[in-house]
Design a protein around this ligand. Sequence first.
Ligand code: RB5
Length: 150
Amino acid sequence: MKIAIGNDHAALEMKLEISTWVTGLGHEIVNFGADSKDSCDYPIYAEKVAKAVVSGDAELGILICGTGVGISIAANKVKGIRAVVCSEPYSAQLSREHNNTNILAFGARVVGVDLAKMIVKSWLNAEYEAGRHARRVEQISQIENGGVIC
Ligand code: RB5
């Protein structure tokens, strides 16, 4: 799978560790930066990765900042993105199966590398179940498109 990855200054080391590890699992990583520990603005990298995902250039995206919060909020502003921020594997797995998330975010200041790998593995191995969840995911898209569902 082709996976876009992005981060801010708080997550450079985590990004490098996760990129190497995900590549070792047989996936292709496309790096959108940042590649320095100099202070930078996480929305820039969120937008780059989110646009790679919605354009189809990458199948999925991974975003890492200090908490995973800001970078996931920013990514979710791009139409077609369903980004989840996770600190444990259960929600990561269910976010794929039920919510069809296309970006996983987490915090380099929140989780250690081993837990981050468990989160990423759970998310990558899970598949969207559609079925009863499809209507709800479609309703999320309706909100995004300005539609009225209630
Ligand atoms: C940077 O200091 C920090 O605010 C950022 O990495 C992230 O945690 C924002 O949500």
